[in-house]
Design a protein around this ligand. Sequence first.
Ligand SMILES: Cc1ncc(COP(=O)(O)O)c(C=O)c1O
Length: 387
Amino acid sequence: MNKLLSKIEPSGIRRFFDIIERFGDVISLGVGEPDFQVDWNIREEAIYCIEKGATRYTSNQGLLELREEISRNIVKNQKIYYDPEREILVTCGVSQGLDLALRTILNPGDEVIIIEPCYVAYKPLTILSYGRPVVLKTSEENSFKIDLDELKRKISNKTKAIILNYPNNPTGMSFSKNELKEIADIANEFNLYIISDEIYDKLTYDRKHITIAKYIKEKVIYLNGFSKAYSMTGFRIGYICCDEELLRNMLKIHQYSMLCAPTISQYAAIEALRNEEKILRKILPEYKARRNYVYKRLNEMGLKAILPDGAFYIFPSIRSIGIESEKFSERLLFEKRVAVVPGNAFGEDYKYNIRISYANDMKKLKIAMDRIEEFVKEILKLKEEIK
Ligand SMILES: Cc1ncc(COP(=O)(O)O)c(C=O)c1O
């Protein structure tokens, strides 16, 4: 076996969800997957592709028509231009984008700064690319914001990149314009790449999402995809935008390891972009209402949570309950049939947080919140009686 694999744990999310499959009546607030169905225009385009036989390989880089559509979309939303011929590569989701980015820039022993709590793939993929993850922790006391002085202290002569993810999985936190400028300045000063995973950008509720590429385009590897805003998780489609030379090198790995992203999904993605406004008009008010509801309920029952800026997660503290999140999540599942993810799946320090996904309809969310409240009350009552 590859020795690096001994340094990698199976995903803390999946492990927990294998248990859930044993129960039938669970409300799952666990998986990071939209509950909305894929828009009919997108499904019809995929069906039509099969009917007309558009099922062959595309260019390694992806259909030019899709790259042009992606480029137009970024100009429309962010007022920044990526050349579809030279600066955009279509991938099998952001997952492959991350892997490609890391494999392209890292030499053995290079360090990558990873900001925790974070999406479960960053550390393992860095290790598999012979890199060394250097963790920068954030805490709820600071609203999960980065301490820039600490960020600077984490930088060594081996540091190659910082991975950013905003809106963040699992906290929902995003960055303001000023924060992004400051991070860009640091990357510039120390000549670092920023791998910016902006997969939840369209799901930002109270302000406009800004890509960090606006402030330091030449050093940013911008990752985005279709899984979240367009509910296309199973299509496995995403894209990378970056500097031309970097992209040319990524393409060397991509053409041998993947050849191209799935053709049907590429056509479906064109349709998704052409219907973006209609899709977002439907889902954004719904996600925002759910976020507000879940935030209010959790805080009212004593599980202190920070209002997320975006994505569809909230990361409340369960410290007041006095049970660690693995135990809390397990008991909540067994006793009340509600599934959440223990916080330590996103960084070992977060054993007093849980991740709740509100990608569920309001009716289910209400029942789930009632059950969590009941569970919390029972534990606190018992604690009181023992005293
Ligand atoms: C932050 C983040 N990045 C990447 C991914 C994976 O996205 P994709 O389906 O495009 O591979 C996820 C999925 O949950 C995620 O939360």
